[in-house]
Design a binder for this molecule. Sequence first.
Ligand SMILES: C[S@@+](CC[C@H](N)C(=O)[O-])C[C@H]1O[C@@H](n2cnc3c(N)ncnc32)[C@H](O)[C@@H]1O
Ligand code: SF4
Length: 348
Amino acid sequence: MTVAAPTLDLDRPAGRPAPLIDPFARAITYLRVSVTDRCDFRCVYCMSEHMSFLPKADLLTLEELDRLCSAFVVKGVRKLRLTGGEPLVRRGIMTLFASLSRHLATGTLDELTLTTNGSQLVKYAAELRGYGVARVNVSLDTLDPDKFRAITRWGDLDQVLAGIDAAQAAGLKVKINAVALKGVNEDELAGLVTWAHGRGMELTIIEVMPLGDIGEERLAQYLPLSIVRARLAERFTLADIDYNTGGPARYVRVAETGGRLGFITPMTHNFCESCNRVRITCTGTLYMCLGQEDAADLRSPLRASESNDPLYAAIDEAITRKPKGHDFVIDRRHKRPALSRHMSVTGG
Ligand SMILES: C[S@@+](CC[C@H](N)C(=O)[O-])C[C@H]1O[C@@H](n2cnc3c(N)ncnc32)[C@H](O)[C@@H]1O
Ligand code: SF4
């Protein structure tokens, strides 16, 4: 399958559409796109074991994903992250990377990257590097094979570790994302720091977020990163560093390893003032904020016309609604999450 050539609007002689500036004067330069809601794992904090997935007709085609991403690039997005579900299980996904790489070649895009569970990296790492992908985020919560199976339900640790090896061998920089889970991997986090930094990889620890169905289990998994950080500080010397990607991560340098360690604490810290990002689901729904329900349908304008003008208009209108910030709350009495959608729908 081939992805269509760049859409005509990219070369409009009338000039580029206005860049995306929200009502709080934040420039939107980072887009995360979920290319599928499907996955070859069933991580306990992300999906139920018997997830029902969206009908194929609802999903954007690869051509539509290309058109949508390219429209955002025209409107000033400089960094594009493909995610999911598991982006590398979407059939034909390499054609999308291939076609989006043209924006790297022209210099209109600074970075094309992905977040992956790593299961398919043995197969795709070299190809991704060939399409200009320089870095990948790999999600890995434990180095214990049995725990790994328990957390991911269907995953195989060796396959992921081989994927990380393949990524590094192909010249990709790897960052590891680990979700901190109370009573599951909390005793392993220091070991993960040593392991990741020892292999030249950055590590980011993520606080579990109240997305999707939670019930008792998710509440029981919640481990505040303030506790994680305090425990790590007993073992390592952590120095705050002034490194900011516009997202919810705060970074420290670990003196003993020389490596960088990030903490993503969406529930306990406010990171919204510098927010530069928006997210699109695999059905073309634009979420202006990970922590709020307000959204805009971009699939309709995309499918309604061959011209990108209705799409640009819908994007502009949506950005005027980007909220100043969010507030995640777990309703402990009713054991309900603040948001009903799953992370695999919005993308991580
Ligand atoms: C939804 S996954 C999609 C990409 C890919 N399948 C992966 O696992 O990297 C993106 C990230 O979201 C994280 N994630 C999923 N559900 C979460 C939750 N409830 N709280 C915090 N992080 C979560 C995952 O650990 C992963 O790092
Ligand atoms: S976190 Fe990633 S790998 Fe795990 S179930 Fe969700 S989408 Fe799949």
